[in-house]
Design a binder for this molecule. Sequence first.
Ligand SMILES: [Zn+2]
Length: 307
Amino acid sequence: MRNFPIPIFLIIALLSSGIVVSCGSKKHAQTRSSINDLRYQVDSLRGLLLESKSTNAILKTENRELKKEQRAHLEKDQDLYSLLEDGMEKEYPWTGTQHFDLRKPNFVIIHHTAQNSTEQTIRTFKIAHTKVSAHYIISRNGEIFQVLNDYFRAWHAGIGKWGNIQDLNSSSLGIELDNNGKEPFSDAQIQALLGLLAELKSKYKIPQTNFLGHGDIAPGRKHDPSVLFPWKRLAEHGFGLWYNEDYLLSPPTHFDPLEALRLIGYDISNPRATIRAFKRKFMGEEVDEDLTEKDIQVIYNLYKRYL
Ligand SMILES: [Zn+2]
C-alpha cells in the first residue's frame, strides 16, 4: 500500500518555521546550538519515518497513478502543516531539545469491513468524502496491507470510550478484517491477524487488555467484529482477556455486574447496548436480552482478572 508521501518535508518545514516564528517575532538571536537542536530533531524524525515500510514503498515507486495521488497528498500535507503549526505556541521563545521521539500506539482496535472485498476497502480509504481509514487491512486469504504509518492517527474508532479515554483514534492502531459481517472469519485471516498482533504488541509494548473490538468501545453504535469473531482464540495468544470457563462462581450479593463492566472499561451510559456488546464478545450471542446467571458469573470472573 502506498501512503501519502512523507510528512517529513512538512515536519522539516514546520520545524524550520519554528526558527522564524518563535525567534523572528521576538527578535531573539538564534544561536548555533539551537539550530543544531532543530536539525537533530528533523534527522531523528526522518530516520523514524524512513523505517516505515509504506514510506519506503513510496520512495521506490514511480508511476502515473502515484503522481495523481501526490496531488491529493500535497493537499493533505497542507492540512497537516496547519495542524502541526497549531501545536506550536508562537508567543513563547523556542528553545528545543534532542530528547524526543513520536508517541506510540497503546491500543489495537479490531474491525470487520462490512464490505465484499479488500479492493473495495482500499478504494474506500482513498476516496475523499469517506473520511475513514485504518492502519491495516487483512484480506480473507490472510494477505496484510498497510494503509498508514503506525505513528499517524487513522480515522477508524470514531465516537467511543474505553475507561476514561474518549479519543481512541489518538492512542490506537486500527485493523480492518475483510469480512461482510455475516460470514465466518477464515483461518488464514486469523492466522495473519495473530502474527500482526504479535509484532505490534512486542514493538509498542501494548498491554494484553488493550486489544479490543470496535463494538467494545462504541457499544451503542458499532457491532464489529461480528459475533463470529474468535476472541477466545486471540486471548489464548495474549491479545485481550478471557474468563476461566472451569472456575465460574456466583458473585457476592452486593456485586453489580454493570458496574463491573464499567471498571473493565465499557461505557455503560446505554446499559442495553453494553450488555449486548458483552454477550456478543464473551457469550457468542448477538441478542438484546437481560443478563443471565451465567453471564453474571462470567462478568465476575473477568472483573477479578482486571483487578
Ligand atoms: Zn469498525
